[in-house]
Design a protein around this ligand. Structure first.
Ligand code: NAD
Length: 492
């Protein structure tokens, strides 16, 4: 792996103008693995100008040609699967098996999906009673900014870049400064895939400085952001008076409702996965489990037993289920919430601490934390209201359908949710009343890239995925052509 990460600007690899650097650490070992640019407003300006200059060429490149380049990029990601997965593992501390099975293949899927979508997309047409025809032209926006988080680094970075590029925009993108490595490696593959100069520019740096300068830059027309709700608020405050198009994918505190008639084997197995995959650091994790009272005791017992068999270990070990959290600071935040749960009267049935022994010598300084199960908390206490973003799940009983919905909806968030029941009517009824952008029925994390993705309330604004992403990254223009005479009156 390279020990110096560089900005990717106009298909060149450059140091930051300031010559200032940040440190990239492997959280599983505590070792520094690379330095990365601490880019500022000058670097952002260089990148935006490169993107702006590239826009006329890239946006007028036929869709089929753009598609071919993105398909090549998808192939290259797959050909480099092992190297990318290892880099993601070192950067995040997550199990290598997860990077190999999910993170990197999904990054390739993102490019492949939007490469195909752009060749099959269509626009609207409205026939105005034979008097006029209206059609909608959809044109790329220009230069767009993409800012992504550390939890699914390449997966979410490409989730934004792929549709932006496919629709003919040029992009200035910033991965999280905590996990920059795979975005840097992607830049090299972009050159190999034949992406023209300036179409994609990748800058590294801190949120407030580098990210802030992207949001503020007058030539950037739209911002697609995935990250925390507080950051989303800061970005919205800066982007709104500049009239930028904004897509915000923010935090979650997702409810997982288990009715007593559910297939309990499946519900327990999947709920454990939903709580602890990626150490609970997925915005879609089911961190609040609610179980119908008659099934509650047995569910809790079996859930704890299943979770206790998850192996916390070296991310490189193929048998590891739970790797390191993304940093020691993040582990401290998680630990503070578990302390708060104790203060709020919660009972810690499993975990609630880092492993008693280091998982091995290599990982002695890693940011590991045991899968933690807490009961006995009110759905309205802070631990059940605030996003912890770690391997911590609460389980709470409910009495009936109305109360299940009330508990599901009682946080400021509304990203994803899961309902477990064999009662078809109830599944549809509850799905319609949950305040969330996504409802999974008898499953979790089953993704179809054509579906709208995003949240309500404090979980975000706007949708990405499928046609929604193609719409976000294009500006619609209605063209009205008069073709006949109006029968009566004047249309206005
Ligand atoms: P974060 O908000 O701290 O950072 C996200 C990105 O924003 C990083 O690249 C960061 O450098 C940048 N940033 C920070 N401050 C900025 C500013 N003032 N202006 C511009 N950019 C700025 O989030 P994180 O800690 O990296 O990620 C975890 C959060 O992301 C969690 O809240 C999680 O729920 C959320 N998330 C949401 C989704 C979703 O699809 N809704 C997906 C994954 C993660």
């Amino acid at each position: 792996m390279p020990d110096s990460i560089l900005n990717f600007l106009d298909n060149d690899f450059r140091e930051p103008r300031s010559r200032a650097w940040l440190d990239d650490t492997n959280p599983a070992t505590g070792e520094s693995i690379a330095r990365l640019p601490d880019s500022g407003a000058e670097d952002v300006d260089d990148a935006v100008r490169a993107a702006h200059a590239a826009f006329p060429g890239w946006s007028s490149t036929p869709a089929e040609q753009r598609s071919k380049i993105l398909l090549r990029l998808a192939d290259l990601i797959e050909q480099n699967l092992d190297a990318l997965a290892l880099a993601e593992c070192h950067d995040t501390g997550k199990p290598l098996s997860l990077c190999t099975r999910v993170d990197i293949p999904r990054a390739a899927s993102n490019f492949r999906f939007f490469a195909h979508a752009i060749t099959t997309t269509r626009s609207e047409f409205h026939d105005t009673d034979g008097v006029a025809i209206n059609y909608t032209l959809r044109r790329p926006l220009g230069v767009v900014g993409a800012i992504s988080p550390w939890n699914l680094p390449l997966y979410l970075f490409t989730w934004k870049i792929a549709p932006a590029l496919a629709t003919g925009n040029c992009v200035v993108a910033k991965p999280s400064e905590v996990t920059p490595m795979t975005a840097f490696l992607l830049a090299k593959l972009c050159v190999e895939a034949g992406l023209p100069r300036g179409a994609l520019n990748i800058l590294h740096g801190r949120g407030a400085t580098c990210g802030g300068a992207i949001v503020e830059h007058p030539l950037i027309k739209a911002i697609t952001f995935t990250g925390g709700t507080t950051t989303g608020e800061t970005i919205a405050r800066s982007a709104a008076p500049r009239f930028k198009k904004l897509s915000l994918e923010l935090g979650g505190k997702n409810p997982n409702l288990v009715f007593a008639d559910a297939d309990m084997d499946d519900a327990i197995e999947t709920s454990v996965r939903a709580a602890f995959t990626n150490q609970g650091q997925i915005c879609l994790c089911g961190s609040r489990v609610f179980v119908e009272r008659p099934a509650y005791d047995a569910f809790v017992e079996r859930f704890v037993e299943r979770a206790s068999r998850l192996k916390v270990g070296d991310p490189l070990d193929p048998g590891t289920d739970i790797g390191s959290l993304v940093s020691r600071e993040h582990r401290e935040k998680v630990a503070r919430y578990v302390d708060l749960a104790r203060e709020e009267g919660g009972e810690i049935l499993l975990g609630g601490r880092p492993p008693a022994q280091p998982v091995n010598d290599r990982c002695a300084r890693g940011a590991f934390y045991e899968p933690t199960v807490i009961t006995g908390l009110s759905p309205r206490c802070r631990v059940q209201q605030e996003e912890i973003f770690g391997p911590v799940v609460t389980i709470t009983p409910f009495d009936d359908e109305a109360q299940a919905i009330e508990f599901a909806n009682c946080t400021p968030y509304g990203l994803a949710s899961t309902v477990w029941t064999r009662d078809l009517s109830r599944a549809h009824r509850v799905a319609a009343r949950i305040e969330a952008g996504i409802v999974w029925v008898n499953c979790w994390m089953l993704r179809d890239l054509r579906t709208p993705f995003g949240g309500v309330k404090h979980s975000g604004v706007g949708r990405e995925g499928g046609d929604e992403a193609l719409r976000f990254f294009t500006e619609p223009k209605n063209v009205c052509v008069k073709i006949g005479h109006e029968a009566q009156g004047t249309r206005q």
